[in-house]
Design a protein around this ligand. Structure first.
Ligand code: NAD
Length: 258
């Protein structure tokens, strides 16, 4: 377990930070010294456990609740974030925003319903857009935005085509924002995971599926949430100060082709 002080004095918010990849990102940023707002949608207990885990390891964190998606309210998320910081007597403001929350709906173009398409776009593209919009006044100069997309946007994976479209929309946000926020020293980058062992991939319980996903990586295994969290932590750090507008493939080489 890596522990550094490279994010000491920074405040971060990780959407969907209570489980899966987001939970690892929350833990990793806290171990690097950041105060972490663990955002969650529904699972209050999971968020409390994630906060507790960080605090037990000597880090600092608090939970922030907000529904994202079709009925989401980005303004409400930030109001709660502001209130929690004030409760703790912390300085207002934000240094690192990780747009990690996402959903997947399986299906080719023949299968996906309009309702599911709208849900995908609402959570995976609309929510990050408006979260950033409301974050602009809170982000301190020199800050960081990291968007968690998917390696599937740069390869053909028709089994989840609507998901890929929604993440493709998120991909296009990164360079535009990088250009807009560069004069403030804020970097904006994308991390694109490949097959990663989380609840979003229930089919990984099937050994044959797991083997096929593992074989897609040049390393012959499925990714772990920590594999992704470490890439996000790099982009959130000063070490990545000269890196912006980029799409970082964190997939174990999945998009390199056969
Ligand atoms: P996960 O299902 O474990 O976590 C998703 C997180 O998003 C959860 O914390 C969930 O509460 C939150 N979330 C989803 N819908 C929400 C809503 N409407 N309101 C508020 N929060 C909501 O899956 P994960 O694998 O940890 O996914 C994290 C990110 O990584 C997602 O954006 C996903 O698309 C991306 N990703 C995952 C993989 C993979 O193989 N696991 C591959 C590529 C990209």
């Amino acid at each position: 377990m890596t522990t550094t002080e490279r994010l000491a004095g920074r405040t971060a918010l990780v959407t969907g930070g209570s489980r899966g990849i987001g939970r690892s990102i929350s833990g990793r940023l806290a171990r690097d010294g950041a105060l972490v707002a663990v955002h969650y949608g529904h699972d209050h207990e999971a968020a409390q456990r994630a906060v507790k885990e960080i605090e037990t390891a000597g880090g600092r964190a608090f939970a922030v609740h907000a529904e994202l998606g079709v009925h989401g309210d980005a303004a409400a998320l930030w109001q709660e974030f502001d209130a929690r910081l004030a409760d703790r007597g912390e300085e207002p403001g934000l240094d690192i925003l990780v747009n990690n929350a996402g959903i997947s709906v399986p299906g080719t173009v023949a299968d996906v319903t309009e309702e599911n398409f709208d849900r995908l776009v609402a959570v995976n593209a609309r929510a990050p857009f408006f979260l950033v919009q409301h974050a602009l006044g809170r982000l301190r100069d020199g800050g960081r935005i990291v968007n968690v997309s998917s390696a599937a946007t740069r390869t053909a994976f028709p089994q989840i085509t609507a998901y890929n479209m929604s993440k493709g929309a998120l991909d296009t946000l990164t360079p535009d924002l990088a250009k807009q926020l560069g004069p403030r020293g804020i970097t904006v980058n994308t991390v694109a995971p490949g097959f990663t062992d989380t609840g979003i991939n229930p089919t990984l319980a099937d050994p044959q599926v797991r083997q096929a996903y593992a074989a897609a990586s040049v390393f012959g295994r499925v990714g772990t949430p920590d594999d992704i969290a470490d890439a996000v932590a790099f982009l959130a750090s000063d070490d990545a100060r000269w890196v912006t507008g980029q799409w970082l493939n964190a997939s174990g080489g999945v998009v390199l082709g056969p």
